[in-house]
Design a protein. Structure first.
Ligand code: KIV
Length: 276
């Protein structure tokens, strides 16, 4: 672990190689999701290491009940907006439900779209050992892949809810095996979601590539949060693992209320806000 106060961001462009180096040097990796140009620009300027254009956009941007409905075209639109705001961070596009499951051919085509049309540098796929052969193919074709195990929200209907993972011996063995298989397949990092911290730590210590935790304790090599949770914008549901660093919903509410009052009372616009 690096010693001596806050860790400064690298000045150069973050790449998948930077991720591995950060793990070797014991430097934690800070990841956030983003879905639009202004937010991505602010995050990039603030020194975020990696931006994930997550399929969580389906819930926190589009208002769906879960991540399943979001489409490839919608994800590509969001990636393009984010990329216009980013100079330094590594940007990863999240492959939506049924964009890679139907066939290897479709998976390669859709992963390619993320890089060709979306402009991102890598893709993320949810799943364990069973998708390792597909991940190897994508990596062989020059598409860097971030893995994602533990709670995989695209399998919500299989799990029957958003559950904490790693409670049974069987699950623990599955996730330990999957992490190794994803590393062997060529993943440059793996997201561990909603997992008991001891298991996440064991996985992190067993791998050469970094783990990025969300609800998986402090033992991971980095952390990721959904930006709308982290800034206190999304109010429908807040998982226990979220830390809200701001209350943007309140800021917007107050601003909108003041604007409505000013319009109704003819206080807006004033002379300085009018031409002539
Ligand atoms: O879609 C998303 O935002 C994610 C993160 C929660 C890891 O997959």
């Amino acid at each position: 672990m690096a010693q001596g106060g806050p860790q400064k961001p690298d000045s150069g462009k973050v790449t998948t190689r930077t991720f591995r180096r950060m793990k070797q040097e014991g430097r934690k990796i800070a990841v956030l999701t983003a879905y639009d140009f202004p937010t991505a620009r602010i995050m990039d300027q603030a020194g975020i290491d990696c931006i994930l254009v997550g399929d969580s956009a389906g819930t926190v941007v589009a208002g769906h009940k879960n991540t399943l409905p979001i489409t490839m075209d919608e994800m590509i639109f969001l990636c393009r907006a984010v990329m216009r705001g980013v100079e330094r961070a590594l940007v990863v596009g999240d492959m939506p439900f049924m964009s890679f499951q139907p066939s290897e051919e479709e998976a390669i085509k859709n992963a390619g779209r993320f890089l060709k049309e979306g402009g991102v540098q890598a893709v993320k796929l949810e799943g364990g050992s069973e998708i390792a052969p597909l991940i190897k193919k994508l990596v062989d074709y020059g598409i860097p892949v971030m893995g994602h195990i533990g709670l995989t929200p695209q399998s919500l209907n299989k799990f029957g809810g958003y559950l904490v993972m790693g409670k049974t011996e069987r699950q623990q063995q599955y996730f330990l095996r999957s992490a190794q298989d994803l590393q062997d397949a060529g993943c440059f990092a793996i997201v561990l979601e909603s997992m008991l911290p001891d298991l996440a730590l064991e996985i992190s210590e067993s791998l050469k590539i970094p783990t990025i935790g969300i609800g998986a304790g402090v033992g991971c090599d980095g952390q990721v949060l959904v930006v709308s949770d982290m800034i206190g914008l999304f109010e429908e549901f807040r998982p226990r693992f979220v830390r809200a660093y701001a209350n943007v919903a309140d800021v917007i509410r107050k601003a909108v209320t003041s604007y409505i009052d000013d319009v109704k009372e003819s206080r807006f616009p004033d002379k300085s806000e009018s031409y002539g």
